[in-house]
Design a protein around this ligand. Structure first.
Ligand code: CU
Length: 555
């Protein structure tokens, strides 16, 4: 494949009207600059009021960092934490006792090649199972929901971590319970490290929790008592549940302090249904930053960008050089305004229409064009311009590191010459999302592939649809081409319609309405015997509403 060069990308920014005139900093977009600058200034004003220190992984407690070798027994429990200041919020959590300390949703640290051996004990009154999102393991250890752990039951996992270094994550996958359990707190991170990863940390002098910061983006809704509210209507069960408060690491309206240096953010979209259009902004402008990695680890080379989408299930590894920022004021991590394309099927979805809360009660188009909401108006519809986090830039000790030009030995993606397997995304007019016209049946393998086959899949989303972040269990994959992308996506794309994150190894790809995305999957693995996995939309309500398919890898 031809490489996605910086020139290509800056060229596409040019198509959007961006002027990269200031060295190292992409200026705000002329043409739409007035609106964009106003929107950005509004978000900066919003972020100025953020007063809650970002929750960071510590040595115990929520998101406590735990070597995977000490992750031997995990209980699924009901617990409470303080999310909104002064309130206790009931949650579901992964609880671990280790070394005399209690961990909730521990952030696991492992080395590529390590063995994971953990017993899951289900202490709640619902079936559950852990899925290791992004890892290539055998069907049983994948935790794909074809087997679940009943209340009071247990399950022993044992598998090797064979995947590239990256930030993976783990979350529940018992069909019928996935959206509720994930929403109520069952999700955390798994860092896999290798030599390339260690080299980058050393080169940039990065330390987890200080200059390398995981950011779990989630949207939630709370009732007056501070309890999480999850009560989707039939329309929301179909369209997806979008919470009105934007949390980062379960912190609302957060801020952090960071040195004037290169800071690495490892970002997970842990929402049920919300996508973000991420940018770092300051002084009415987007700052340039580097995309260093995606779901499945480091890119071959860093890509300079100034915005990117992130959809449910996806991860981004970004490097921000805060020496490029104006030292006099904070930087804001924001989600820029965009059309979430929820109305595409609005007149075509039978009794379930309208499909989203936006369509159900609030006129999204009017809301979306309003100036960024003031701090007194916490409502955040998907696609609204909203601040996510304020970064206060403090003086740093002498720091003269540079972002390396090569990050990893990732080879260019190649597709087989065989005709693609088509995956058509749609809905049946009866409240179900479909793949190739079918609604998920866990008892039936809808397709089979040969172990070791190199396949091309063409994932085709209907014109009248919603965006679908499609997640493949069992095998990471590469994105080869995007066709028919909506204008907003096309504006960020380079050669063959590819977005910056399409340059990496991924396990989840967002397919927009009307889009066809060609992916290359290598179904090689070392597991003996037939193995069953699933392919599904990571908008969790869409998967529950049928957009999931069981497939078999045959030996
Ligand atoms: Cu979907």
């Amino acid at each position: 494949m031809s490489t996605f060069t910086r020139r290509h990308f800056l060229g596409s920014m040019g198509a959007l009207g961006a002027a990269g005139s200031v060295p190292g900093v992409l200026a705000a977009t002329p043409g739409v600059s007035d609106t964009m600058a106003e929107e950005i200034t509004g978000m900066e004003t919003e972020a100025a009021g953020f007063a809650n220190p970002l929750r960071l992984p510590g040595s115990s407690g929520l998101y406590g960092v735990l070597p995977a070798s000490e992750f031997r027994e995990v209980h699924v429990v009901r617990s409470t934490i303080e999310v909104l200041p002064g309130r206790r919020t009931p949650i579901l959590a992964y609880a671990v006792e280790s070394g005399g300390k209690t961990f909730l949703n521990p952030a696991l640290l492992a080395r590529r090649g390590d063995e994971m051996r953990v017993r899951l004990i289900n202490d709640i009154d619902q079936p559950t199972v852990i899925h290791w999102h992004g890892l290539s393991v055998d069907s049983r250890n994948d935790g794909n929901g074809l087997n679940v752990v009943p209340p009071g039951g247990r399950m022993d996992y044992a598998f090797a971590l064979r995947d590239r270094a990256s930030m993976y994550w783990y979350h529940p996958h018992a069909h019928g319970y996935i959206p509720q359990q994930a929403y109520h707190g069952l999700a955390s991170l798994l860092f896999v490290e290798d030599d390339e990863e260690a080299a980058l940390r050393k080169e940039l002098d990065l330390a987890l929790g200080d200059s390398e910061i995981p950011l779990v983006l989630q949207d939630r809704e709370f009732d007056a008592q501070g309890r999480l509210r999850y009560a989707p209507t039939a329309a929301q069960s179909f369209g997806g549940w979008v919470g009105d408060r934007l949390l980062v690491n379960l912190t609302e309206r957060p801020f952090i302090q960071a040195g004037r240096r290169i800071v690495r953010f490892r970002i997970l979209n842990g929402c049920n249904a919300r996508s973000y259009r991420l940018a770092f902004v300051q002084g009415g402008r987007r700052l340039g930053f580097f995309l260093a990695g995606t779901d499945g680890g480091l890119l071959a080379q860093p890509l300079r960008i100034d915005q990117t989408f992130i959809s449910p299930g996806q991860r981004l590894d970004v490097l921000v050089d805060l020496r490029e920022a104006d030292p006099g004021r904070p930087v804001t991590l924001a989600s820029l305004a965009f059309d979430p394309m929820h109305a595409e099927g609005g007149h075509d979805m039978g009794h379930t229409s309208p499909a989203t809360p936006a369509m159900a009660g609030m006129d999204h188009s009017q809301h979306g064009t309003a100036p960024a909401a003031a701090s007194s108006a916490p409502m955040a519809m998907e696609g609204d311009a909203r601040a996510l986090m304020r970064i206060d830039v403090k003086p740093s000790a002498k720091y003269e590191r540079r972002i390396p030009t090569v990050l990893s030995s990732l080879p260019a993606a190649t597709a087989s010459q065989n005709p693609p397997r088509r995956m058509q995304l749609g809905h049946n007019g009866q409240g179900n999302w479909t793949i190739n016209g079918g609604v998920f049946d866990p008892k039936i393998a809808a397709l089979s592939v040969r172990r070791g086959a190199r396949e091309t899949w063409l994932i085709e989303n209907a014109e009248r649809s919603m965006p679908h972040p499609m997640h493949l269990h069992g095998f990471p994959f590469r994105v080869i081409e995007r066709l028919g992308s909506p204008a907003l996506v096309r504006g960020l794309a380079g050669a063959r319609g590819l977005l910056p994150q399409d340059q990496g190894v991924v396990d989840t790809v967002q397919v927009w309405p009307g889009e066809s995305v060609r992916i290359a999957v290598d179904f090689a693995h070392p597991h003996a015997g037939d193995q069953d996995y699933v392919f599904h939309c990571h908008t969790l309500e869409h998967a529950e509403a049928g957009m999931m398919l069981r497939y078999t890898v045959k030996t």
